[in-house]
Design a protein around this ligand. Structure first.
Ligand code: SF4
Ligand code: SF4
Length: 420
């Protein structure tokens, strides 16, 4: 009789084998093969057992990209939705976060987080004592990218064991404040900013460096206004990449100036790994084929966001909106913004005074956190930015949909749903 005891569930199926006459040779051989397979498949050996957290399109796409990778075996899917617990996807069991917590140390090498805004569970995974996890950039799914054979080398995955500061999933700022399109109800109030209004470049650099010294930033967005109106846009991109060597960096543009960009601009995007996100409003759609042709010819990573026929407005000047409801329904949730030495929960908090001043309203926001305050606790700041409502939320009412159009000059009603 051969007895093999092992805590790992791979071995549970082969814990007792009998040597019985002629069959014994077969059994020994079978045992040998299973043992080899076990050694080959378990943690620390050639194939690593991993779990994918996320059972939606992104999780399934990542699974398809890994299933034939000889370095890994996807042992589980994980999902917070209890309806899915115990079900299977492509023969792989879906378990709960609690089950993951219980089996991780014994069974798994790491967890891959594969759902939109997966970085939102970063703190939760740390609290669950998941010692290693990687957060996949959702562009892997949206742009149908391949994954590196060695996932630890994949630049679209942020690994928890490389992060030694508080992690903020998203940060953004305006490169210039005005725009060449002037959409009605622009959430950055671009159509009431003057020509070439902007934060000076040296202040942008100093603020970004200060934040990056204290926070790990997962995703950084250069926007406006229209960022391609800035002559020195290449300097912004180079500086952002130098300060944030492993952050996902993107520019959001309405795309109208893409056909006018130089070879140097596209080279700069490529060399600094900057992705271009095009918000395809009606005028952009007319140029869409041309824009795509240019971007592809220059081998630029890009995303085109269509369905921009509708805008929404929600400013409630009474300041009596339900803050908690506003945060739950917030369309700028997570769009943390910096400007002139302050970090804000959202662009509305950072920029709305421009609207109030322009229309002589007696409202002023005094929020934002001074990033040069020596006593600033950056851990607490990251938590507060992510989780707590701010005073400005009292001015975010119920959204009303409006048809997209240009508004130049604009009117207060373009933004406001309720007057004082
Ligand atoms: S394209 Fe429209 S929404 Fe975007 S910054 Fe310009 S005016 Fe605002
Ligand atoms: S003020 Fe609050 S509800 Fe309004 S956009 Fe900012 S975070 Fe969202």
């Amino acid at each position: 009789m051969y007895v093999l005891a092992c805590e790992n569930d791979n071995m549970a199926n082969i814990n007792i084998l009998r040597q019985d006459g002629e069959n014994g040779i077969v059994c020994i051989f079978h045992f040998f093969m299973l043992a080899v397979d076990h050694l080959y498949n378990t943690k620390g050996n050639h194939r690593m057992k991993i779990a994918i957290w996320g059972t939606g399109n992104i999780g399934k796409y990542v699974y398809q990209k890994i299933v034939n990778n000889e370095k890994y075996i996807v042992s589980y899917f994980v999902d917070s939705n209890e309806v899915l617990w115990g079900t299977q996807i492509s023969g792989v069991k879906v378990i709960s976060p609690k089950q993951l917590e219980n089996i991780f140390t014994e069974e798994l090498s790491f967890v891959l987080v594969a759902f939109s805004k997966g970085v939102s569970i970063y703190r939760r995974l740390l609290n669950m004592n998941i010692s290693k996890f990687g957060i996949i950039d959702e562009c892997v799914y949206s742009s149908k990218l391949e994954l590196e054979r060695d996932l630890c080398q994949d630049k679209n995955i942020l690994w928890s064991d490389t992060v030694d500061k508080p992690l903020l999933w998203h940060l953004e700022t305006n490169v210039v404040d005005n725009c060449n399109l002037n959409c009605r109800g622009c959430s950055h109030f671009s159509n009431i900013y003057g020509h070439r209004d902007k934060v000076p470049f040296d202040i942008f650099c100093r603020d970004l460096q200060k934040i990056a010294d204290n926070i790990e930033i997962y995703s950084f967005l250069l926007l406006g206004g229209e960022p391609l109106l800035e002559d020195k846009i290449n300097d912004y991109m180079r500086t952002a990449r130098k300060i944030l060597p492993r952050t996902i960096i993107q520019i959001t543009t309405n795309g109208l100036l893409i056909p006018k960009q130089t070879k140097e601009f596209f080279e700069c995007c490529r060399e600094n790994d900057i992705r271009i996100i095009i918000s395809a409003y009606k005028p952009t759609l007319r140029l869409k084929d041309k824009i795509i042709e240019i971007l592809e010819e220059n081998q630029i990573s890009y995303i085109i966001r269509e369905n921009r026929e509708e805008f929404s407005k929600n400013i409630d000047l009474s300041g009596m909106a339900d803050q908690d409801l506003a945060v739950r329904q917030c369309r700028e949730s997570g769009c943390h913004f910096f400007r002139y030495g302050k970090l804000y929960k959202c662009p509305f908090e950072a920029l709305a005074n421009k609207l109030f001043e322009h229309y002589n309203l007696d409202i002023r926001f005094r929020g934002g956190v001074d990033i040069y305050d020596d006593k600033l606790d950056w851990n607490m700041l990251v938590d507060a930015l992510s989780n707590e409502p701010i005073d400005a939320c009292r001015y975010c009412g119920i959204e009303e949909k409006v048809e997209w159009c240009v508004a130049n000059p604009p009117a207060l009603e373009d933004w406001v749903v309720k007057m004082k």
